[in-house]
Design a protein around this ligand. Structure first.
Ligand SMILES: Nc1nc2c(c(=O)[nH]1)N[C@H]1C(S)=C(S)[C@@H](COP(=O)(O)OP(=O)(O)OC[C@H]3O[C@@H](n4cnc5c(=O)[nH]c(N)nc54)[C@H](O)[C@@H]3O)O[C@H]1N2
Ligand SMILES: Nc1nc2c(c(=O)[nH]1)N[C@H]1C(S)=C(S)[C@@H](COP(=O)(O)OP(=O)(O)OC[C@H]3O[C@@H](n4cnc5c(=O)[nH]c(N)nc54)[C@H](O)[C@@H]3O)O[C@H]1N2
Ligand SMILES: [Mo]
Length: 757
């Protein structure tokens, strides 16, 4: 083998994930962001019964009262919010918006917490302090002058149930169902696909199921970085000798080997535990073919060995089995191999393990959902599980790894552009106003309306809307065409700087901070990936005395907008128990809400499939026939590669904590393109060459120039680059039609050497 050229900032990472490296990275995050005396106490309060819910991810906690669960990226999320750094009115006065827009999101957020409510002043091109009430009054005036369907209301999934509920109440009383939210870029295929197959849009497993399962199939998610507390669960499962079969185009270190920082022996001996028992480097977009292959092999096993399918379950609980079987018989192995990039024998091996396991869990993330057929993918996973009755028994089920820490709760309490009639009827009955029934905009449609000029205002409850969406070349200018934009956030980002004719920036309390209303300490609630709802109460002194809570800001805007409102906004903000009482009255599953969150650990929302109750129109679980083998539109051309956009280890969505991606061996930079050696060779490229990437779809020309190609263990035909930088290559209308989710994981691209190499 020839020795690789040295590329600055790129080297092999040989260690396991977790371990001492994780402890060191945590210490660095604390040192750079926080008062070192305050930090240990703050971190110890994360995910404790009387503490706050970690804003990092939506993975649940075992008992919510166990000792502090160490998590490197949870610690980064907490220290990021609890930082000592502040971005003050003085700073804004000296830095025009145009100059700030040249900075990266990394530099912007690193300025620290926003301290004052701000209004954009066009004459000086600066954000300036404003009184809360004056700002609310002006926003109310503008909103009253606009038809409600011309206003877009974005939510990023960190908002509490209480804030999200008030927000949707305000918007529906105002008269809109335009609820673009981060879920529309993330797990919408889960929210759309699961109800069609099993009658509810949520995962069905609990943590206890991981203790009882006999096989885990992990598809398209990277828990070492994105759900680090899940690593403890996988680590335990692996030590129990549960096979963990991984499907991922990239070799992700944490899925290979992990050293659990909670495990003293492993830490002391520099040991580690194998995670994946088998690792299949499927092609980007090849999972549908792979799952079909596993199911086909399972049918073949049924014929040869017998007793493989759960016929009782299929007969009693499902519909559509014969159609599925016919489709699998009609699908040829060479086509499956071609589309998945995997061999028949590999898929047969998975089928054999699956046939042996009495209780199987399939876990999945963005590698499944962010494709043209994301919703169909989710349904295929249900098919696979249904064939062996893996719903409604211990140790089995489907486990979508949710994104933001309360994205699932936001949906539960009404953040949706497609509300059910039932929910709207209940709102009408309880509040006495008629909410609009017409479906509203999701994220892509909201942005398309802004581009077309038919949307005039945008209100954002958190997030970084324009940066999270595809194609900044179109989305960024659209922000500037609005009459009004309002951002409720904690730190500065580029969406805040893409100012409209009038723009407001409202700083809010974070989860770690004390929220006192009317002299009383308030708690909020969140729902994790496994449908557990529990309370969270911050304890830190707020970053500035001018901050308001998200419920208070939403109520302020609502009151100023709706002179004849039917909602007692002030009373609700004064006591969040009253908001929870209203949630209980209007959303099923919240009976005795206030009592039940006072029990440590909270309670579980109803999950009918766990009792083999199917809330589908037929009353059965529905098998689904995936059309063909391709998750993404086929594009002709032998030289076309599929681009995956991924998160680094030092990143939380558009928030970049630092420039390293330790487990993938990239340090101090993000301008790299991960490529297979064969794909480099085919283009006459070498590790470290500068390349240009061009998207191969109809429509706008999308390019990303001068990015460094590096050799990586990624399946041939697939390449990967970091999000959000690579969003300039994703077309805005390149979506899963069923759910509206952009296909961020499989953009057809061509790669050529840059002119300036
Ligand atoms: N620290 C940290 N935690 C986070 C986040 C964060 O940015 N940082 N983000 C939060 C949010 S909002 C979300 S949605 C989740 C995201 O968590 P994940 O679902 O893990 O999301 P990604 O990092 O996008 O990684 C997807 C993984 O899928 C693989 N993949 C890509 N394409 C395919 C494919 O076609 N098939 C298969 N089988 N695999 C594929 C990639 O190689 C990668 O390993 O994490 C949440 N938690
Ligand atoms: N190419 C590509 N694009 C993607 C993805 C991908 O995998 N590839 N992933 C998509 C996914 S899964 C998602 S979920 C979206 C994420 O999209 P968003 O949720 O819109 O983005 P974030 O980066 O999480 O938002 C960060 C901002 O949230 C604000 N914030 C942080 N904490 C709080 C809080 O407690 N309250 C309030 N009000 N604000 C707060 C801060 O101001 C911070 O700047 O991006 C999507 N975009
Ligand atoms: Mo997400």
């Amino acid at each position: 083998m020839t020795t690789r050229r040295k590329v600055p900032g790129v080297r092999n990472y040989d260690g396991p994930a977790g371990g001492w490296g994780a402890l060191k990275a945590t210490a660095t995050a604390v040192r750079e962001q926080m008062d070192t005396l305050k930090a240990p106490i703050t971190l110890m309060r994360t995910n404790q019964p009387d503490g706050f819910d970690c804003p990092g991810c939506a993975w649940p906690d075992k008992e919510h009262k166990s000792t502090f669960q160490f998590c490197e990226n949870g610690a980064k999320a907490v220290t990021w919010e609890a930082t000592n750094k502040r971005v003050t009115p003085d700073f804004f006065a000296n830095h025009p918006v145009a100059s700030l827009l040249h900075r990266s999101d990394y530099e912007l957020e690193d300025l620290g917490r926003i301290t004052h409510p701000l209004v954009y002043d066009r004459a000086s091109d600066t954000y300036q302090p404003v009184e809360w009430e004056a700002a609310f009054a002006r926003i109310g005036e503008i909103l009253r002058g606009l038809p409600p369907e011309q206003v877009e209301f974005y939510t990023s999934g960190r908002a509490s149930n209480e804030a999200a509920y008030l927000y949707q109440l305000f918007i529906r009383e105002y008269g809109s169902n335009n609820f673009p939210d981060c879920s529309n870029m993330c797990h919408e295929p889960t929210s759309v696909g699961l109800p069609r197959s099993i009658g509810i849009g949520k995962g069905t497993v609990s943590l206890d199921d991981f203790d009882a399962c006999e096989l885990i199939i992990s598809i398209g998610h990277n828990p070492g970085t994105n759900h680090p507390r899940m690593m403890g669960t996988l680590h335990e499962a692996s030590r129990r000798k549960v096979p963990i079969m991984v499907f991922n185009p990239l070799r992700e270190r944490a899925l290979e080997r992990f050293a659990d920082p909670q495990n003293m022996v492993e830490m002391a001996t520099y040991g580690s535990t194998r995670i994946a028992s088998s690792y299949f480097q499927v092609k980007a977009g090849g999972d549908a073919a792979a799952i079909k292959g596993i199911m086909k092999a399972l049918l073949e096993l049924e014929q040869t060995v017998g007793k493989v399918l759960d016929h009782d379950f299929i007969a009693q609980h499902t519909r559509g089995f014969d159609e599925l079987v016919a489709d699998l018989h009609a699908t040829a192995w060479p086509d499956i191999e071609q589309a998945s990039g995997l061999h028949q024998v590999e898929l047969e091996k998975v089928a054999a393990a699956y046939a042996k396991s009495n209780a199987t869990i399939v876990t999945y993330g963005m590698g499944i959902t962010q494709h043209n057929e994301g919703t169909a993918n989710v349904r295929l996973i249900c098919d696979l599980l249904m064939l062996r009755g893996n719903f409604g028994k211990p140790g089995a089920g489907i486990c979508p790894l949710r994104g933001h820490s309360n994205v699932q709760g936001n949906r539960t309490v009404g953040i949706t552009e497609k509300p059910s009639k039932d929910f709207l009827d209940r709102l009408e009955k309880v509040f006495g106003f008629k909410p609009p029934a017409a479906h509203g905009h999701d994220s892509v449609k909201a942005m398309q309306a802004m581009i077309a000029g038919t949307a005039k205002a945008l209100i954002c409850l958190g997030g970084n809307f324009a940066v999270a969406l595809p194609d900044p070349g179109q989305c960024f200018p659209a922000m500037g065409k609005l009459d009004l934009s309002v951002h409720i956030g904690t730190k500065l980002n580029r969406s805040h700087l893409l100012v409209a004719k009038e723009s407001y920036l409202f700083p809010c309390l974070g989860r770690t901070e004390l929220d006192v209303q009317d002299g009383m300490r308030q708690s909020i609630t969140v729902e994790d990936s496994m449908s557990m709802v529990h309370a969270s109460a911050g304890k830190l002194t707020p970053a500035s005395e001018f901050l308001r809570s998200e419920p208070a800001i939403v109520a302020g805007i609502a009151q100023a907008t709706l002179p004849d409102t039917k909602v007692p906004w002030q009373a609700l903000v004064a006591d969040y128990d009253k908001i929870r009482d209203l949630i209980e009255k209007t959303v099923p599953g919240f009976e005795a809400f206030n009592q039940r969150i006072r029990v440590p650990g909270g309670f579980r929302m109803p999950l009918p499939p766990t009792e083999r109750i199917w809330l589908t129109p037929s009353g059965k679980a529905e098998f689904f026939v995936f059309p063909g083998l391709h998750e993404d539109k086929v594009v002709d051309g032998a030289d076309v590669l599929r681009l995956i956009t991924i998160r680094s280890h030092d990143q939380y969505n558009t928030t970049i904590y630092a420039m390293d991606d330790r487990y993938r061996g990239v340090f101090g930079r993000r301008d790299v393109l991960f490529m297979n050696q064969a794909d480099l060779d085919a283009r006459g490229l070498a590790h470290g060459d500068l390349v240009d990437i061009e998207t191969v779809t109809q429509g706008r020309k999308l390019r990303y120039e001068k990015i460094t190609a590096i050799e990586y263990k990624i399946s041939p035909g697939s390449v990967a680059a970091y999000y959000p930088e690579a969003n300039q290559l994703v077309p805005l209308d390149y979506i899963d039609v069923d759910s509206g989710t952009p296909s961020y994981k499989s953009v057809p691209v061509r790669i050529v050497r840059s002119a300036l190499n």
